[in-house]
Ligand binder design. Structure first.
Ligand SMILES: [Zn+2]
Length: 364
C-alpha cells in the first residue's frame, strides 16, 4: 500500500494569508503546498500528517539561549542544533495544521519534537545520536497498515522533508518526494537544491504531483515556468559578449550593423531590445529567415547550460509538452487559436531531451 506523508503543514511554517498572521518560521511560499496536498489526498489509502509539537521551553528556540540569535548553530547535548524562533508551541495557533488544508482527508497525525531537549526534523525519529533516536511511532503505524511505498511532501524541503524522506529510505520504504509539493527555508542559498540532490543520491525518487500530462504553459516571467521566457533575467555569454537576456541576443542577431547590435545588447530591458529588433529602419540580414531558428536555439541552449535553476525547472517538466502561451505570436508561440508553430516550446523540448541524454541533471 501507498501512503502520503504530509510534513509539518502548520500555521507557523506558512506565510500570512486571509485571516492568518505570518507564521513564526514561515517558509517562503509555504502555503503553495496546501493545494497540492488537498488534490492528492483522495488518491492514497493512508494519509498521515506530521505536526511539529514543541513544549514552550524547547531547546531549539533561540530564546532559550541568552546571547544567541536565530540561525546560530550551537552544540546541543553533543549534536549540532540550528536555533529557531519560538514556533509550533503545543496548543498555540501556530502549531495548528493550516486552515486551508483539507483536514478531513488526513487519517492520522503524528507529532514530533515533544522532548524539550532534542529537536526532531524527521517524521520518524528525533535528531538523537545514531542508534539512540526516539521513534515517533510513524514507522510502526506504516508497517501495521502494510505500507511499502511512501510519498513525502510538505515543509520544509531542506529540513523536515529531507530528514523524513532519508529515514523512509533507510527504513526500506520505496520513497518518493513530490517536488512541486515542497518548499524550503534556504537558510544558506542552495540548501534546497542540495537537499534534493542528497535525497536523490540516497535513492529517493523525485516526482511531480501527477498533474498528468497537461502541457506546461509559460509566458510571464514571474510565473512558475517563467524562466523559459526570453524576457527572463538570465544573462547569456555568446560571441564573446554578455547579453542580459536571450531576447537581447536574439534581437541583435537580426542586424549586420555592429553599432546597432551593440545598441540592442545594451538596451535597458528585454522589451526595449525587442522593440529595437522589430524596427525596420535599419535593414536586417538577408538570410535572417533561414538562420533565426538556429539563433534562438543557440541562445536558449546557452541559457539552460549556464543557469542551474533553468536547467532544473526544464528537467522537472518530465515529458510534458512545453508551450509558449501567447496569442500574439504564431511562430514562436502557440498563437491566438493554439495552432501556432510553438517553435520556442519545440526548442526547449529538444534541449530538454539533449541534456537528459547527457545526464547533465546530475551534478555528481
Ligand atoms: Zn520545530
Amino acid at each position: 500500500m501507498k501512503a502520503l506523508i504530509l510534513v509539518d503543514i502548520q500555521n507557523d511554517f506558512t506565510p500570512a494569508g486571509p485571516g492568518k498572521p505570518r507564521g513564526a518560521l514561515a517558509v517562503p511560499d509555504g502555503d503553495a503546498v496546501i493545494d497540492v496536498a488537498n488534490r492528492l489526498m483522495p488518491s492514497y489509502g493512508l494519509v498521515i500528517a506530521t505536526q511539529d509539537w514543541h513544549p514552550a521551553d524547547h531547546k531549539s528556540f533561540a530564546s532559550r539561549h541568552p546571547g544567541r540569535a536565530v540561525g546560530d548553530v550551537i552544540d546541543l547535548n553533543g549534536l549540532e542544533q540550528v536555533l529557531w524562533p519560538d514556533h509550533c508551541v503545543q496548543g498555540s495557533a501556530g502549531a495548528e495544521l493550516c486552515e486551508a488544508f483539507d483536514r478531513g482527508g488526513i487519517h492520522e497525525v503524528v507529532r514530533k519534537g515533544t522532548d524539550p531537549d532534542i529537536d526532531s526534523y524527521s517524521g520518524f525519529f528525533d535528531n538523537g545520536p545514531p542508534g539512540r533516536r526516539q521513534t515517533t511511532g510513524l514507522d510502526d503505524l506504516l508497517r501495521s497498515r502494510g505500507v511499502g511505498e511512501v510519498h513525502v511532501m510538505g515543509l520544509a524541503t531542506d529540513y523536515c522533508v529531507k530528514f523524513t524522506a532519508l529515514d523512509a529510505i533507510s527504513l526500506g520504504y520505496d520513497t518518493h518526494l513530490i517536488e512541486d509539493g515542497v518548499r524550503g527555508v534556504d537558510l544558506n542559498q542552495g540548501d534546497c537544491d542540495r537537499a534534493l540532490d542528497e535525497m536523490r543520491r540516497a535513492g529517493v525518487n523525485i516526482i511531480r504531483s501527477g498533474l498528468g500530462n497537461e502541457p506546461v504553459r509559460f509566458y510571464r516571467t514571474a510565473e512558475e515556468h517563467g524562466c523559459f521566457s526570453n524576457f527572463a533575467p538570465f544573462p547569456v555569454r555568446l560571441d564573446g559578449k554578455c547579453w542580459p537576456t536571450t531576447e537581447h541576443y536574439f534581437q541583435a542577431q537580426k542586424f549586420d550593423n555592429p553599432e546597432y547590435r551593440e545598441k540592442i545588447r545594451t538596451a535597458n530591458s528585454p522589451a526595449i531590445a525587442a522593440r529595437l529588433g522589430r524596427s525596420r529602419k535599419i535593414p536586417i540580414r538577408k538570410d535572417w529567415e533561414s538562420i533565426k531558428d538556429d539563433v534562438m536555439r543557440r541562445a536558449v541552449r546557452c541559457k539552460v547550460e549556464s543557469h542551474e535553476t533553468v536547467r532544473r525547472v526544464l528537467l522537472s517538466t518530465g515529458d510534458r509538452k512545453i508551450v509558449e502561451q501567447t496569442t500574439r505570436d504564431n511562430y514562436w508561440g502557440c498563437g491566438s487559436r493554439g495552432t501556432g508553430k510553438n517553435m520556442l516550446g519545440l526548442i526547449l523540448m529538444e534541449i530538454r531531451a539533449q541534456i537528459r541524454d547527457r545526464g547533465l541533471e546530475s551534478k555528481t
